[in-house]
Design a protein around this ligand. Structure first.
Ligand code: SF4
Length: 283
């Protein structure tokens, strides 16, 4: 059996930077290290950090009474209000928001100030999207799917700037844009899907199309991992979504000649290696 590991599996640039920042602060023996939300959607990493004393907060009020410490903002970024509130605590705030996410904040801020309404294509409850939305100084809408774009019924006389969540599915984004165009909306499109996501998704699609079985490693809470699973499942029915090597109790068909492996942006390298090793030796 041949095992093909995607070259773009695992930590992306933004996640690597955020995670490394936290480990650096641990090494520097900083006291009171906080992350605003789990630094990545991966329990193994988050629990390791917890064991090393890192605390996860979900609200600035949790810092009340803390006079010394460092707070790291994860790669998803935070809302404008949260950022201001964090700064106001007087603690050391390290902004590890991915530069690709920051770019969207800037676009949304500038375009809304020009008078354009903003449409964000993405998941409204995802922290990255909540952050993006907060940078608009005018009307802002979130559209989660092509279906929602079909039901979008706003003023067609206005100008709209459309951006996307960095991890949104490229094909679905194109489909959504076409719907806005066909429905007569005056849209200025800025494709903000990040290259890492784009490359990861294209490669996964290509491997899944020729694989007899496909393994996607990621956390259920990781939006990019779940999307990766959806993409692979479209081309390869025997696609399995696993979190750790322990979940490898799957039934890879014995006739499988090619097994593909890919992983979301929050999956550490050692887990990918373990899964790869396990598949090579046990199937
Ligand atoms: S997926 Fe892209 S935008 Fe998101 S953290 Fe990684 S590099 Fe940044």
């Amino acid at each position: 059996m041949e095992v093909v590991l995607a070259a773009h599996a695992g930590f992306c640039f933004g996640v690597t930077k955020a995670v490394e920042t936290v480990y650096e602060k641990i090494k520097e023996k900083k006291t009171n290290i906080y992350t605003y939300g789990p630094i990545i959607h991966n329990d193994i990493v988050v629990n390791d950090l917890k064991d090393k004393g890192v605390k996860v907060i979900s609200d600035v009020s949790e810092l009340k009474g803390v006079s010394e410490g460092v707070v790291i903002i994860r790669s998803h970024g935070v809302t404008r209000q949260v950022y201001e509130d964090l700064k106001a605590t007087g603690l050391d705030i390290i902004d590890a928001t991915c530069p690709f996410v920051k770019r969207i904040h800037k676009i949304v801020s500038e375009e809304s100030r020009k008078g354009n309404s903003i449409i964000v294509v993405g998941s409204s409850t995802h922290p990255e999207v909540e952050g993006i939305v907060s940078y608009s100084d005018g009307p802002v809408y979130v559209v989660e799917s092509p279906e929602e774009a079909r039901n979008f019924n706003e003023n067609r006389e206005l100008n709209y700037t459309v951006v996307s969540q960095t991890t949104f599915n490229k094909n679905k984004f194109q489909e959504t844009i076409e719907i806005f165009n066909n429905y007569g909306y005056n849209i200025n499109i800025v494709n903000t899907i990040c290259n890492a996501t784009d490359e990861r998704q294209s490669e996964a699609r290509e491997i899944a199309a020729r694989a007899d079985a496909m393994i996607v490693i990621g956390d259920e809470n990781s939006s990019n991992s779940r999307k990766l699973y959806e993409i692979c499942k479209e081309s390869c029915l025997n696609t399995y979504f696993i979190h750790t090597p322990e979940d490898l109790e799957m039934n890879i068909p014995s006739s499988a000649k090619l097994v593909g492996i890919t992983a979301g942006a929050s999956t550490p390298k050692n887990i990918i290696e373990e899964v790869q090793k396990h598949v090579r030796t046990n199937f």
